[in-house]
Design a protein around this ligand. Structure first.
Ligand code: UDP
Length: 413
């Protein structure tokens, strides 16, 4: 077995790797081109960095192309991204026209590869207009939407829809993120990479160093929420829950960690609210982390006994997946993708109020064996459903389905 697949087999299990081989058999020698707009930064690029070499090892001729644009193009696609997620933005026609031009320029460069490919996967809105400029395409094109486009600004969606309706299929991350389109739509949930710095197993010394670095008592329980300082993540609600729980668990400690909020004025305001709510409580650590603090986040999640993600609104909630992969029960807000991951008494608890969260913190801390048991369930649930290998399996299944065109039943040997 080749090395990358072997490495994933060790953490994700042999079964999924066998399944990947089975699914890739009918796709041997087929070509796939993924196209997005950046090679660095963001979840899409992070996943493609691993997905592409894994697909190659499976015998699929996989390529990853990145479109290039100027400042106006990125201004336009940023506004598009925000408008598709519901922000009230009117994108000037001049910018939309520029979006078309930049796609046309990129198509001129990529056309031979794209028109020859058996499958083209276009990630997000930025390269969605490439299809129009590949009139002699031989393969099937899939639009992969990673964002919640369920409540977009109408004019922006109308503009984008003209492009995406011409695709053969589209993929959304959750059923509630979809839009009505005149082709088959598939749901493929996000995933985490178990071999990334954020999720890889850490030596115990690295976890122990966290206690020292953030002046935490390793002998006393720690609860943590690691998430952007954003009102929808309800960090103030977490402080309230902590205070209530602490009346019953006197040595309890709370860690709240989020990014350095300098580029996000609202983040600064929320951070200030959290500081005020915590009122210099010596048992609360409010941390701001640099964007590349992957191993630090990993260690914090591992140092915690229970992880909270008390969001009142959430997309998928990768922080929940990350914590569960580390064998932690999660007390999460009863919303969005958290519901897919957290189930009461099995992998954690769903809550709607600080009082509810406090009750569950108290319950778990009085029954350490439950923490262990639910944490084990949580890790298994992620292993089965939310690792990168499962996402690759879903992509391959979709390609096999498209490859067989109208067949409603696919036999794999
Ligand atoms: N994250 C991070 N630094 C922080 C807070 C969060 O790198 O200070 C990471 C976190 O580990 C996760 C991602 O950012 O991988 C957040 O994804 P999620 O789906 O939980 O929420 P979003 O921020 O996209 O709403």
């Amino acid at each position: 077995m080749s090395s990358l697949l072997e490495a994933y087999a060790a953490v994700a299990g042999e079964d999924i790797i066998r399944h990947l081989r089975q699914l890739s058999a009918p796709l041997q020698g087929r070509s796939v081109v993924h196209v997005n707009s950046t090679r660095l930064g963001g979840g899409v690029a992070e996943i493609l960095h691993k997905l592409v070499p894994l697909s190659r090892e499976l015998g699929i001729d996989t390529h990853w192309e990145v479109i290039s644009g100027d400042a106006d193009f990125y201004e336009c696609t940023k506004q598009m991204h925000n408008a598709l997620q519901g922000s009230r933005i009117q994108i000037p026609d001049r910018l939309l026209q520029h979006y078309e031009e930049v796609n046309a320029q990129n198509a001129a460069r990529l056309r031979p590869l794209l028109e020859d490919a058996d499958f083209v996967v276009i990630h997000d809105p930025q390269p969605a207009a490439l299809l129009r400029h590949c009139p002699n395409r031989g393969g099937q094109w899939v639009w992969r939407c990673h964002i919640d486009a369920s409540r977009p600004q109408r004019h922006v969606w109308r503009f984008l829809e003209r492009h995406v309706r011409a695709f053969d299929a589209s993929i959304f991350s959750l059923p509630q993120f979809t839009r009505a389109l005149p082709h088959p739509e598939y749901i493929i949930a996000p995933s985490i990479d178990p071999l990334s710095d954020k999720n890889i197993d850490l030596p115990q010394e690295e976890i122990d160093a966290i206690y020292h670095r953030f002046e935490l008592d390793p002998e006393s329980p720690i609860i943590a929420q690691i998430s952007r300082y954003d009102r929808f993540k309800d960090p103030v609600g977490v402080v309230e829950a902590f205070r209530m729980a602490r009346r019953f668990v006197p040595r309890l400690q709370l860690v709240l960690a989020g990014g350095t909020a300098t580029d996000d004025p609202e983040g600064d305001a929320v951070l200030a609210e959290v500081r005020e709510a915590s009122d210099n409580d010596p048992h609360i650590r409010i941390l701001t982390l640099p964007p590349d603090a992957h191993r630090g986040i990993n260690a914090l999640q591992r140092a915690a006994h229970i992880v909270l993600q008390k969001s009142t609104r959430e997309g998928f909630g990768l922080t929940v997946t990350e914590a569960m992969w580390k064998g932690k029960p999660v007390i999460g807000g009863d919303t969005g993708g958290i519901r897919l991951q957290v189930s009461n008494y099995h992998t954690g608890f769903l809550v709607n109020t600080p009082e509810g969260a406090a009750l569950r913190i108290r319950y778990l801390l009085q029954a350490p064996e439950k923490i262990q048991h639910m944490g084990d369930n949580a890790r298994e649930l992620v292993r089965e459903n939310f690792l990168l290998t499962r996402q690759l399996r879903d992509y391959l299944t979709l390609m096999v389905g498209l490859h067989h065109r109208a067949a409603d039943r696919i036999d794999l040997v």
